[in-house]
Ligand binder design. Sequence first.
Ligand code: 4AD
Ligand code: MG
Length: 477
Amino acid sequence: MKTYKVKDLLNSTKPIDDVIVKGWVRTFRNNQFIALNDGSILHNIQCVVDFENTPAETLKRITTGAAVAVKGNLAESQGAGQKYEVKVTELQILGDSDAEKFPMQPKKHSLEFLRENAHLRVRTNVFGAVMRVRSVLSFAIHQYFQERGFVYVNTPIITGSDAEGAGEMFRVTALPAQNPPLTEDGKVDYKQDFFGKETNLTVSGQLEGETFAMALGQIYTFGPTFRAENSNTSRHLAEFWMVEPEVAFNDLDANMDLAEDFIQYVIKYAVERCADDLKFLDQRLFDEEKSKPQAERSELGLLEKLNFVLENNFKRVSYTEAIDILKNSKPNKNKKFSYIIDEWGADLQSEHERYLVEKHFKCPVILFDYPAKIKAFYMRLNDDKKTVRAMDILFPGIGEIVGGSEREERLDVLQEKIAELGIDEKELWWYLDTRRFGTATHAGFGLGFERLVLFVTGMTNIRDVIPFPRTPQNAEF
Ligand code: 4AD
Ligand code: MG
């Protein structure tokens, strides 16, 4: 007897005798019909129990959440709603589940409640679908870069550098929390720590990635990154996954082309391979939005929105143009923005980004040439000496999904910038070496993986697209 996945049974084109299928009971009706799910597909297979010839003891143990193994025959179903069902000849309870205590009851639970039960929420339709889509998207990312000859680089998780210079790092230490060794002037003596220096969890693999691009030509990283920013929003995680391609000899225009092509590819890949799950998530979003006032509902459904991104070019707009648009916008004039834009140089808040994308352009936008003052040290200075070759990609409903730039490849300009910001040049000696030996134009970007998954699944809180979210005050599981 062969063991099948529910997916194979549901997609079968003919009846099959003698199948084994294992999974978890979603519901059990009329002492007869088990809806069995094994995670291979959104849908359940109906297993029909011969209740007259099954001991009452066994029937009682077929409860929501229980793990069971079923032997039987795949046959055409007489009932409406499914083409095939399994006529059970033998049923074994693998693991009981107390129906009263099992938190995932066969009813609608709030996303908040499900977050508190993140270890079990993946047994629901919504989270099963989201996590399958997440998996397919991460495969698509590798596929895209591998097909194009990019080398996958595993940059370090523990590092001594603050790539973004934003100081939002989690310290890594092996020193005792109580009475750590101190220096003469009373500070913690990290010379005595595990690495002999201060270290932290990486906020980005970019700087190490650049050194690899300057040898292997085109590389990408895809790994976890950590930020101790205290932003308790639906777009921020303390631990998130980032994809960072870096390409030697690319300038900012080539960088934008790559980012746009890459994003469209991975979305298309998911649309093609996750049709079932996305159709379900499309309906979920529609149902959720029904309860909202008209003005807050999205104009497009999930699948319409994904197709829109595939069929339309991203709009490329300079920061300066964007500031003009924002200055003259209604919410700015009516003081509806929390941060009023009154001059060039202002950092854009997510309300501004969303206005540009959702109200003004109504399509994904690539903003470029930002003021040097609001961007990281490594971005290439433009001839105007005021702006840098930075780019952010803004998505409807998400805001910033990508941040990237052409890098400052001129050693003297980079050293000047580092000095200006008070960064210790000694910390970056190895980074500066790439500018000392065979420097060249190069560019890259970082895509926040969870923000991509948010967009593709139509979920609205980033905590719902990563298995076990880490956010301020929360590291359960
Ligand atoms: O814009 P960021 O900070 O750029 C970098 O880290 C560059 N080193 C990337 C590069 O050029 N190689 O972060 C890149 C992306 C953001 O656009 C956003 O999508 C995501 O990472 N991101 C977060 N996602 C979830 N939670 C957070 N706290 C995030 N911070 C950034
Ligand atoms: Mg950014």
